[in-house]
Design a protein around this ligand. Structure first.
Ligand code: SF4
Ligand SMILES: [Zn+2]
Length: 330
């Protein structure tokens, strides 16, 4: 395997996203940093495999070289998204000098987005950020027990709310990430919980991104999935969340599921997955609920699945018992 050097970006790609209501070009860079403080000190969240994307000896000089690589690939996209697999505002990950250079280099962008845990979001910090900033908040759930037990997030929904409100007061945009179907949750409960969480996030968010769980390597979620006690959500559930929320909240709804259509990611029967994911991609841009009209026979299976879960009182992977080819998890 190729050595992962601290002075190289983890990855960089181009995609589309929305800027001022219009579909625009975006550049996404994943930086290699010293890693998320929560993952380093306390083991991290149950679904997070990002610690594999961070190192322990990334210097300021290394980060400056990563910025050089971004600039060499930058073609004037109006939206720049910077992920660190942690918190951009944690100075142990991104020192102030690097932060300032990034803001300076991308000062002509209409939007710049980065993630941060709430503990790094304070009034004095926010006042130093460009007005084009969107703070991405990993709120995950509005249920404190889910945050503590299923996700082990290390902060409460109200901590995220406080950070979101501060960011809004500072005139910045907020994109809240919610997790669809954390551990130990039945499918229907997961749908209702994501809907409740979106309503909680709406007053302090401009955008709400629903992230269906993707089973990442080396995580608690992977261990439980391998032993058959977890099934990633159905794509129907994600569609249902959007249908029920559409027109009832102010934030733009969106989702770009990682691992979609695979056994580790949000999936349906296999036959309709691509169509259903394309529908979600369309809806994320148009917000038109008609774009979610997908049909497949497996919609019945999804409904029966939810009924069976509720009758059996389990959140285990019921598919496992019905399909022998799912017995081997890779
Ligand atoms: S999900 Fe975010 S906060 Fe949780 S361990 Fe991963 S990087 Fe850290
Ligand atoms: Zn199907």
């Amino acid at each position: 395997m190729k050595e992962r050097r601290p002075d190289e970006l983890e990855t960089l790609w181009k995609e589309k996203d929305v800027v001022n209501g219009k579909l625009s070009d975006a550049m996404v860079a994943i930086m290699r940093t010293n890693g998320c403080v929560w993952a380093k000190n306390c083991g991290g969240c149950t679904m997070c495999g990002y610690r594999t994307a961070s190192l322990h000896d990334v210097t300021e000089d290394d980060l400056m070289k990563q910025v050089d690589q971004m600039l060499s690939r930058y073609k004037g996209e109006s939206f720049v998204k910077l992920y660190t697999s942690g918190s951009f505002l944690d100075e142990n990950e991104i020192p102030m000098t690097v932060r300032e250079r990034i803001f300076d280099e991308f000062s002509s962008c209409d939007r710049i987005l980065f993630e941060s845990r709430p503990e790094f979001i304070e009034k004095d910090v926010l006042s130093t950020l460009p007005k084009s900033t969107t703070i991405a908040l990993g709120l995950e759930s509005s249920d404190p027990e889910v945050m503590e037990v299923s996700i082990r997030k290390g902060f409460t929904p109200n901590d995220a709310k406080r950070a979101g409100e501060l960011a809004k007061d500072a005139g910045l945009m907020v994109r809240s990430y919610l997790l669809l179907k954390p551990l130990y949750m039945q499918e229907r409960v997961a749908i209702d919980s994501a809907i409740d969480s979106a309503r909680f996030a709406d007053p302090f968010s401009d955008e709400i991104s629903i992230n269906p769980v993707n089973v990442q390597k080396g995580t608690v979620v992977e261990r439980i999935w391998k032993r058959g006690d977890y099934r990633p959500p159905w794509i129907w559930s994600l569609i249902e969340v959007f249908k029920e929320l559409s027109g009832t909240i102010n934030s733009r709804l969106m989702s770009s599921p990682s691992g979609g259509g695979s056994q580790r990611g949000v999936h349906n029967c296999g036959e309709c997955d691509q169509r259903a994911l394309e529908a979600i991609e369309r809806f994320s841009f148009t917000q038109d609920v008609n774009d979610l009209n997908v049909t497949c026979e497996c919609r019945d299976s999804w409904q029966k699945y939810m009924l069976s879960e509720s009758m059996l009182g389990t959140a285990a992977d019921l598919d496992r018992g019905f399909s022998s080819d799912l017995m081997i998890r890779k």
